[in-house]
Design a binder for this molecule. Structure first.
Ligand code: FAD
Length: 392
């Protein structure tokens, strides 16, 4: 029969691999994912600020599967048996594979912030996986009184989407400026520097003077605990009380990766950057946020780029189709206000077993308002084209 590939996770990385492998029409693809839809994290900050609906960020996986003749199993994978070549599902059933791709995204290191558990996340949402958590945070921002303090606790590197906590701060400040002008945003950061810092700080002084305060770890220490009852965030140095608290915990690879022996001591999955095959389990590939990506940031664009390289490597191994050296890219649009966005674009190549930056382009402080307006407009076009590539 035809070779069989299983894909665990129907997010950005998993959906892309499944689609590109199914498109070759020589391989049977089974996609395993508990959720019927995927809500994109990218553009979820626009939803929080009130200018994009969550429905416009939601994609149906069943119809994706039908269009591309992918077998969709709407269930969680609970274990992987690499020797037998099977995935064990939540109901105990087994799915067999010749190759497996695992793209489970992130899990949170809940032990690192005292008091931050699943119950606390219902009061102090992370909203770092889009869906109900984003809706909860939006409701809290809407019901917050004018003059309230919105705290974002931002994690240390590496984590999903390095500029996103600061994009969130910018867009929430935009919302406050219109509807709750006495409110403020406070970022408690577990780092001393962050991605796109000059661009953000320039934009904050132009659009939101006095509204966003950023406190780096050198001043306040790391966030070490929360108290959900009082909505307070406790750092090594101080305690801060919030009207609304957005606690983004430190992260690691999705739990199925850890349980299947795909992670190392860092909590992330080491892979061969030519094929995205795990260096710990032969025949199992990992893409997306869960991997040790070297210079590649944990982004949807990266996950999609890795997924295509992985799909072509699997096709080459299973069907003898030609091998290509992988072309790896990341390109992101980041919003500072609805009509002010910046961009970065990076190309990467494998070198000595690691993914290394080849070329970088990034927007500069001082670009004209017209340039920035155009980038914000392009970002909306990028969203449509990109989600059509992944889920179309
Ligand atoms: P995901 O897309 O999270 O998919 C993982 C999937 O695996 C999920 O559907 C999950 O249900 C499933 N899964 C997990 N465990 C199992 C299991 N045991 N069995 C079956 N399925 C399982 N990126 C950009 O490129 N541009 C941006 O502008 C951008 N903005 C962002 C803004 C915010 C606020 C955030 C939080 C992120 C942003 N990102 C952005 C990052 C981007 O969303 C992620 O990098 C991307 O989703 C990673 O894809 P992934 O496939 O690794 O994980």
């Amino acid at each position: 029969g035809r070779p069989k590939v299983g894909v665990v996770g129907g997010g950005i990385g998993g959906a892309t691999v499944a689609r590109y492998l199914a498109g070759l029409e020589t391989i049977d693809v089974t996609l395993i994912e508990p959720n019927p839809t995927h809500v994109t994290c990218f553009f979820s900050n626009l939803y929080l600020a009130g200018f994009r609906s969550l429905a416009s960020l939601t994609f149906d996986l069943q119809s994706l599967a039908e269009r591309h003749r992918i077998t969709f199993i709407r269930m969680r994978a609970v274990a992987i048996d690499p020797t037998a070549g099977t995935v064990v599902l939540q109901d105990g059933a087994r799915v067999s594979f010749d190759r497996l791709v695992v793209a489970p995204g992130i899990a949170f290191k809940l032990g690192e912030i005292g008091g931050y558990d699943e119950a606390a996340a219902e009061i102090m949402p992370h909203a770092w996986v889009a869906g109900p958590q984003s809706e909860l945070l939006r409701r809290q921002l809407e019901s917050m009184e004018d003059g309230g303090l919105f705290i974002i606790a931002a994690p240390a590197n590496p984590f999903r989407c390095p500029p996103a906590p600061y994009e969130r701060a910018s867009l929430v400040a935009y919302y406050f400026k219109q509807f709750k002008p006495r409110s403020k945003v406070l970022i408690l950061d577990a780092k001393d520097r962050f991605s796109g810092q000059e661009l953000f700080q320039d934009a904050w002084s132009r659009h939101y003077p006095g509204m966003i305060e950023w406190l780096p770890v050198q001043f306040i220490g790391k966030t070490k605990a929360v108290d959900a009852a009082t909505r307070s965030v406790v750092t090594e140095g101080e305690t801060f009380n919030a009207a609304v608290a957005n606690v983004i915990p430190p992260q690691k690879a999705g739990l199925i990766a850890e349980r299947s022996g795909l992670t190392d001591a860092t909590g992330w999955c080491p892979v061969d950057p030519l094929t995205f095959e795990s260096t710990l389990q032969r025949g199992i590939h990992v893409v997306g946020d869960a991997i040790i990506g070297g210079d590649m940031p944990k982004s949807a664009f990266s996950a999609n780029s890795q997924a295509k390289a992985c799909a072509f490597a699997i096709a080459a191994a299973l069907t003898g189709s030609p091998r290509f050296p992988p072309h790896l890219f990341n390109s992101c649009y980041t919003f500072l206000a609805p009509d002010d966005a910046f961009t970065n674009a990076i190309t990467f190549a494998p070198k000595d077993g690691k993914i290394k930056t080849v070329k970088t382009f990034i927007s500069k402080v001082g670009e004209s308002a017209e340039v920035r307006r155009r980038l914000a407009h392009q970002a909306v076009g990028w969203y449509s084209a990109f989600t059509a590539d992944v889920f179309g």
